[in-house]
Design a protein around this ligand. Structure first.
Ligand code: FES
Length: 132
């Protein structure tokens, strides 16, 4: 049986499809795409997806544990880093012109499809205890 789609249903469907996408790459080549809610910090989106990032300063730009690198096509869409973020990155080993702090970047609809590379030092090591 064929169902008819109302104009309101079509608009709702379009709105759902317009949810921005964020693509997070890891050093080993794995990639995941957390739900990218506009207006939230990129660090929060990664954390909310259950990934073990370790933001010890809770997004205060004080720990540098949310270090990401942003590939060239996307960098030009981001706002420039603040003086504080720039200073943090200057002191961070391994940082370069692609580096940003994920806690200082807000997701927006314009960033739909954004690709970021989460740096290994920003991933919390998970410890498993073996009984016995
Ligand atoms: S969470 Fe600490 S600098 Fe981003």
């Amino acid at each position: 049986m064929q169902q008819r789609v109302s104009a309101a249903d079509a608009r709702r469907s379009d709105a759902c499809e317009r949810v921005p996408r964020l693509n997070v790459r890891l050093q080993d080549g794995a990639q995941f795409s957390p739900r990218a809610v506009a207006g939230r910090r990129i660090m929060e989106l990664i954390e909310a997806d259950g990934f073990p990032i370790k933001p010890e300063c809770c997004g205060g730009s004080g720990c540098s544990n949310c270090h990401i690198k942003v590939p060239a096509p996307w960098r030009s869409l981001l706002p420039p880093p603040s003086g504080e973020e720039r200073e943090r990155l200057r002191l961070l080993p391994g940082a370069d012109e692609r580096s940003r702090l994920a806690c200082q970047l807000l997701m927006t609809a314009d960033l739909d499809g954004l690709v970021i590379e989460l740096q290994p030092e920003s991933v919390a090591v998970q410890t498993y205890w073996v009984a016995g």
